[in-house]
Design a protein around this ligand. Structure first.
Ligand code: 48N
Length: 328
């Protein structure tokens, strides 16, 4: 049964809803075939319990065959999302749901996706979202307590694990976690003057350069650990504002002299921060959409602290911008 349809309109977007193409279906659906044991049949009968026999190489091949097939399949992706925090996961969810025809590669440097959304503020459990972001919680069927202008999810991990499980259920999305984007693939724009000693300063982003995160962190002590690549006409970067490689893509744009400088995230002001992030989510340079807290570093937006509505709706907006460009 496909999940309930949602439209960008319901999720507080500013443009008309896109025709919904529900996904789901029998990709990896778990089916009891009438022969498989049930848990109930096992309970109380552990003395002669026995697993089915296996050879270790079967396990190895089950993993490696799929992983390397995925690397091959997603070497050419339609959209790459860098960073699987609350913003990146929300963008992935919307793209998985509205554009099941697009191949989406979700690159997350941590072993555990989710970014800063596993806890509320100061390691507290509850997660606050200001209305109208509660629309996204209803879309995911995440229960919350309504406190008037905002809602509270009893544990941030309930939101993040629910969102993550739904993203991973889409057949057109592949999560490469423990994998870092360590550079951007670029192409000079036709208008950009290029000469040997002047790198093109107006360019478009045409994909990402990746390496396993543990490799990325050891370039200083191991030489020649060259990266892998994913070509894609569109990249959504949501790498956050802090952490070992926060605001990765926009810092790289400054390093390539494509952006003069980052205005830098400003002090905490919830009321201005969240509106600015959702309204400002956009294609910063051709081929690169920036959302979530990474955007605050570009625009000099305030930080909002322990409230996550802007993250999810920035993700909704980033997906909408990507689809708009794709269909443009
Ligand atoms: O959760 P984050 O850091 O980023 P967002 O923008 O999804 O959500 C931000 C939110 O958690 C806040 O910061 C809250 C609202 N607080 C605001 C405030 O005022 O303090 O997720 C970014 C993800 C992380 O999982 C990183 O591991 C990952 O991006 N990441 C990368 N993944 C792949 N390649 C990279 N180079 C990379 N850099 C970061």
């Amino acid at each position: 049964m496909s999940p309930p349809a949602a439209t960008f309109q319901e999720l507080g977007s500013v443009t008309a809803a896109l025709p919904m193409k529900a996904t789901g279906g029998d990709n990896g659906t778990i089916k009891a075939n009438g022969v498989d044991k049930t848990i109930a049949e096992m309970e109380g009968n552990w003395d002669d319990f026995k697993f089915q026999p296996i050879r270790e190489s079967q396990v190895s091949r089950a993993m490696t065959r799929r992983y390397f097939q995925d690397l091959d399949t997603y070497a050419e992706s339609d959209i790459v999302i860098v960073g699987a925090g609350s913003c990146g996961l929300s963008a992935a969810y919307m793209l998985g749901k509205t554009r099941p025809d697009l191949k989406i590669a979700l690159i997350e440097s941590g072993v555990a996706p989710g970014g800063g959304a596993w806890l509320g503020g100061q390691l507290f459990s509850a997660m606050v979202m200001r209305k109208p972001a509660d629309a996204f919680l209803r879309e995911l069927s995440v229960p919350y307590e309504d406190e008037g202008t905002h809602v509270v999810v009893k544990h941030a991990a309930l939101f993040t694990s629910t969102l993550l499980s739904k993203v991973l259920s889409f057949p057109n999305i592949k999560l490469f976690n423990a994998t870092a984007v360590e550079d951007l693939i670029t192409r000079p724009l036709p208008s950009s003057p290029t000469s040997n000693n002047n790198p093109p300063t107006s360019l478009r982003i045409a994909g990402v350069v990746t390496n396993w995160t543990l490799v990325t962190r050891h370039h200083d002590d191991q030489s020649c650990m060259d990266p892998n690549t994913i070509n894609a006409p569109l990249t959504i970067s949501t790498t956050g504002h802090d952490g070992p490689s926060g605001a990765f893509s926009v810092n790289r744009l400054v390093g390539m002299q494509v952006l003069d400088r980052l205005k830098g995230m400003q002090g905490l002001d919830m009321n201005s921060a969240e509106d600015a992030i959702v309204r400002g989510t956009r294609e910063v340079v051709p081929g690169l959409i920036v959302g979530g807290m990474e955007l605050s570093e570009v625009d000099g937006a305030n930080r909002m602290g322990p409230t996550f509505g802007a993250m999810v709706l920035s993700g909704v907006r980033a997906a909408e911008v990507a689809v708009g460009i794709w269909e443009g």
